[in-house]
Every structure is written in structure tokens, then in C-alpha cells.
Design a protein around this ligand. Structure first.
Ligand SMILES: Nc1ncnc2c1ncn2[C@@H]1O[C@H](COP(=O)(O)OP(=O)(O)OP(=O)(O)O)[C@@H](O)[C@H]1O
Ligand SMILES: [Mg+2]
Length: 263
């Protein structure tokens, strides 16, 4: 397997379970015996909090990596889960959207920072809810983009914008990036959800849409408070089982994609 396989989790729409997906995928990979680095790219620092760290503006963080050429190794901290490390964020990242674009080749800063000296199986990038300079850095660094989405009417608009961002990144700096849409917070009793899921399947098929989905699970609202992934908090809850299935599907997808590249 490729080392440091990098997965960006992004959607310009807010509150679609980006951070929840980042934490839960990380948890599922670690359970499988893999080594994972989770990178918080949002000044709200929800990922940092969800992995048990208090955001601290005095602490060296992803903001220093993006804005002051700090070596990313100096920013990595341990979490309560073995084999799951974190690059925290803090409020200092808030100025990145303004200061990054004035620099030359600013969109490749994260990709260069993640360089090959890191030694993880998966690197997971949790993006802010915007298609700005930080998300552009994440998409440029990523082997794969996961787009969590709800099966709600307005989500379709956000998906359209995500598709143009993918086209832009592929033409500029990252021609081989693949994407997968992940349906989250699904309610199977809701007819509109069922209809939209069918439409997504027709439009994107199995190469665009992950076939495993994540349904509503109120336990997911509790685990960030404890500071560990859902499967380490309540191993058998529905979302833990479903995120494990998503992680397995992803690993299969990655293996298939690699075979295609080698062929
Ligand atoms: N499957 C689910 N079932 C129930 N609640 C969920 C589920 N997934 C996420 N949530 C809840 O939805 C809210 C938004 O989730 P999350 O913070 O992961 O979204 P986000 O896309 O990262 O938001 P933002 O755009 O602000 O970064 C949180 O309160 C989270 O606990
Ligand atoms: Mg978030």
C-alpha cells in the first residue's frame, strides 16, 4: 500500500459531518491496525477538540505549517488512541484565507509540508466549510477527496460547486485526485432522503458514490465530548458499524485504483 495515502474530507456546505467523518474514519482505520495522522484544517478546531485536545493559540499548530513554514513533524501530538496522531489547529488559522493567496504557489504548501518523511498509512485532512485557500491546499495534497453530504435538497448545489473545484484542482496541480461522495445523517423513513439517494446513485454511480452510507445516530453527538472516535466510545452503535463498513469499502477502492495505475 502507498504510505501516507492522503484523504481530504471537504464540502463547502457546513454541518454535513465532515469532522465526524474524519474522526470516525480515523478510528475505523486504527481499529484495523493502521497508523493514522488526522490534520485539523479548520480554525473552529472541532477535530482538535473531538480528539481530546484543547485548541491553544500559543501552541505550534497547522497555522504555523501553512503560514510560517514550520516543519509539520514539530506540530504532531498524540491522542488518547494508540496509533492515532493529530496535527491540531487553533484560531490563528483564521487569517490563512487572507494571507495564503498573496504567496506564490500557495496551493501546494500543504502537499510539500506533508512530504514523504511522514510514516503513516493514512493521513486524513478535515477541511473548513468553504472552498477557499485552505481547502484548495487540502485538495492539492489529497490522493482522494471524500465529500460528506446529506440527502437534502440544498446539498445538490454544494455538490455542483465541489465538482467544479475538483475540475480546477485536477487541471492545476493534482490530475490523479479521485473523489467519493459519502451520504451522512441518512433517515431511511424520510421519503425525500430515499429519493435523493436514488438520484445520487444514478448520477454518480459506484465510482463516485460510496455504497455504504451513514445513518442518523445520536450517539455521534456524544463522542466528541469524550474526545475519542465513536467506535472507541460505543463499539456496537449503528454509526460505528457503518463507519467501519465505509472504511473497508474505501480500502477496497484504494486497492482497485492502485491496481489500475500499475496496469
Ligand atoms: N450520522 C449522524 N447522526 C447524528 N448526528 C450526526 C451525524 N453525523 C454528524 N452528526 C452531528 O451533526 C453535527 C455536525 O457534524 P460535524 O461537526 O461533523 O459537521 P461538519 O461538516 O464538520 O461541520 P462544519 O462545516 O461546521 O465543520 C454535529 O453535532 C455532529 O455530532
Ligand atoms: Mg467540521
Amino acid at each position: 500500500m502507498v504510505r501516507n495515502y492522503t484523504i481530504a474530507i471537504a464540502n463547502e456546505k457546513g454541518g454535513v459531518a465532515k469532522t465526524t467523518t474524519a474522526v470516525s474514519m480515523a478510528g475505523a482505520f486504527v481499529e484495523m491496525g493502521l497508523q493514522v495522522l488526522a490534520v485539523d484544517l479548520d480554525p473552529q478546531s472541532n477535530l482538535t477538540l473531538a480528539l481530546g485536545h484543547k485548541p491553544d493559540p500559543e501552541q505550534v499548530s497547522i497555522a504555523n505549517v501553512l503560514l510560517n513554514s514550520e516543519n509539520i513533524s514539530n506540530t504532531i501530538v498524540k491522542t488518547q488512541i494508540e496509533n492515532l496522531d493529530l496535527v491540531p489547529s487553533n484560531s490563528k488559522l483564521g487569517v490563512a484565507e487572507r494571507f495564503l493567496p498573496v504567496r506564490q504557489n500557495y496551493d501546494t504548501i500543504l502537499r510539500n509540508a506533508l512530504g514523504s518523511f511522514l510514516n503513516y498509512d493514512y493521513i486524513i485532512l478535515d477541511c473548513p466549510p468553504a472552498l477557499g485557500a485552505v481547502t484548495l491546499n487540502a485538495l492539492t495534497a489529497a490522493n482522494m477527496l471524500i465529500i460528506p453530504t446529506q440527502t437534502e435538497y440544498f446539498s445538490a448545489y454544494a455538490l455542483k460547486n465541489m465538482m467544479s473545484a475538483i475540475r480546477q484542482v485536477r487541471t492545476q496541480n493534482n490530475p490523479s485526485m479521485v473523489y467519493r461522495i459519502l451520504v451522512t445523517m441518512y433517515d431511511r423513513r424520510n421519503r425525500a432522503h430515499r429519493t435523493l439517494l436514488e438520484q445520487l446513485n444514478t448520477t454518480f454511480g459506484k465510482d463516485g458514490l460510496l455504497q455504504n452510507i451513514v445513518e442518523v445516530d445520536t450517539k455521534l453527538r456524544e463522542s466528541p465530548i469524550i474526545g475519542i472516535p465513536i467506535m472507541h466510545y460505543v463499539s456496537k452503535t449503528r454509526s460505528a458499524i457503518q463507519y467501519r463498513a465505509v472504511a473497508e469499502e474505501l480500502i477496497e477502492n484504494v486497492a482497485e485504483l492502485e491496481q489500475k495505475t500499475l496496469a
